[in-house]
Write a protein that binds this ligand. Structure first.
Ligand code: S3P
Length: 428
């Protein structure tokens, strides 16, 4: 599918973005491992989260309302999953694969996980290596680094204290979930804080979790109890609409019920530093996660430096921040972001190539990029999505200020995280 975006101004209106992807995945996972029912409201029906649902169905978990935002997971308890009679195909979802590897390591049965071309090329040793130290047994290409990966199961996992070399919530969560199957306390220490939805939700479901700065501990063999989970709107999806409102003239958008967990809201901090006119209203908390409504108005942005500990707090928003930076006064420098090279695609390479195609001056760095501001987006080009949802949506937002329409090829990947993206943009 091709998506054609033409220049627009005066984006106005009130929108709700779809549910948070990270929280949706975790609600299904913990719901499946808990005793009793977990009712989820506001579930993200994007393809990645549906991959998680399908995997748990294949492991014997009953789920009502699949494909809708209101789902019920009939939990089986920590020891209740059953062997799947086929390979678990996790599509494009890195979160599903890395977290599932932690869960599957603790089962007493055999599993094989695989995914699409992108997922089969992404590094999994970052979880299979530490999980192997806990007694997990994995087989796959490149020493169990690349899917398909076989999980032998049937091992009694042992606790560990793991110093992760990367600030990754997927790594942290995988170890903590495996820790549920070990006797005693498992600890993960990160080099910088990554999103903490797993810790928050484990506690909400009744596990014993202790957080001390960059260290998180979980006690094994908890009795998880099914809960009601209301999923906030995804700040990573809201970011596309925020930048749309900021860079188009005469715009004012109200985005309601957005998750504002401080380990996710780096994009707000960065945009505020860039001089964005953003207002947070009705700040409140729902099932252990802070949320708010956000008003965004057209703004003259300033270039900034985005680096260090801020990077993991806005890692998924860097492609759209690059679009904002192209319209800012002065240069924006993004560094310490080498993790972008192992996302759904190499997002540094993809954004540099496509921004250049659109007429923006951008310099590629090994760990980021430098974007010269106040650029005219020429458009009139066919851009590649690299089958990466966030690249596709970032380029679509650039199209809103382009001199000639921008066409994004293979834009169906947007369904991974934001199925009604085009519809919401049209509404605005
Ligand atoms: C996610 C963690 C991040 C993020 C991804 C979702 C999660 O990945 O990029 O979109 O839900 O845990 P890393 O943990 O690899 O940084």
């Amino acid at each position: 599918m091709q998506l054609k975006i033409e220049s627009k101004s005066n984006l106005t209106g009130e929108v709700n973005v779809p549910g948070d992807k990270s929280i949706s995945h975790r609600a299904v996972m913990l719901g499946a491992l808990a005793q009793g029912k977990t009712e989820i409201e506001g579930f993200l029906t994007g393809e990645d989260c549906l991959s998680t649902v399908k995997a748990f169905q294949a492991l014997g978990v009953e789920v009502d309302g699949v494909g809708t935002e209101a789902m019920t997971i009939h939990g089986k308890g920590l020891a209740g999953l059953e062997e799947a009679d086929d390979v678990l195909d996790l599509g494009n979802s890195g979160t599903t694969m890395r977290l599932m590897l932690g869960i599957l390591a603790g089962q007493d049965f055999y599993s094989v996980v695989t995914g699409d071309d992108s997922l089969r090329s992404r590094p999994m040793a970052r979880v299979t290596e530490p999980l192997a130290e806990m007694n997990g047994q994995f087989y796959g290409r490149d020493n169990a680094n690349l899917a398909p990966i076989t999980v032998l199961g049937g091992q009694q996992l042992k606790v560990m204290q793991y110093r992760s070399p990367v600030a990754s919530a997927q790594v942290k969560s995988s170890i903590l979930l495996a820790g549920l199957y070990a006797d005693g306390v498992t600890e993960v220490i990160e080099p910088a804080k990554s999103r903490d939805h797993t810790e928050r939700m484990l506690e909400y479901f009744g596990a014993n979790v202790e957080v001390d700065g960059l260290a998180v501990k979980v006690e094994g063999k908890p009795e998880l109890k099914g809960q009601k989970v209301i999923v906030p709107g995804d700040i990573s999806s809201a970011a596309f609409l925020m930048v749309a409102g900021l860079i188009t003239s005469g715009s004012e958008i109200l985005i309601k019920n957005v998750g504002l967990n401080p380990t996710r809201s780096g994009v707000i901090d960065a945009l505020e530093q860039m001089n964005a006119n953003l207002e947070l209203l009705n700040q409140r908390e729902v099932n252990g996660e802070p949320i708010a409504d956000i008003i965004v108005k057209s703004s003259q942005l300033q270039g900034i430096v985005i680096d260090g500990e801020l990077i993991p707090l806005l890692i998924d928003e860097i492609p759209i921040l690059a679009i904002a930076a192209s319209q800012a006064e002065g240069k924006t420098v993004i560094k310490d972001a080498e993790e972008l090279r192992v996302k759904e695609t190499d997002r540094i390479d993809a954004m540099v190539k496509e921004l250049t195609k659109l007429g923006v001056e951008v310099i590629e760095r090994e760990d980021g990029m430098e974007i010269v501001g106040k650029q005219t987006i020429q458009g009139g080009a066919k851009c590649r999505s690299y089958d990466d949802h966030r690249v596709a949506m970032s380029l679509a937002i650039a199209g809103l200020i382009a001199e000639e329409p921008v066409i994004i090829e293979n834009a169906e990947c947007i369904n991974i995280s934001f199925p009604n993206f085009e519809e919401l943009l049209t509404e605005l």
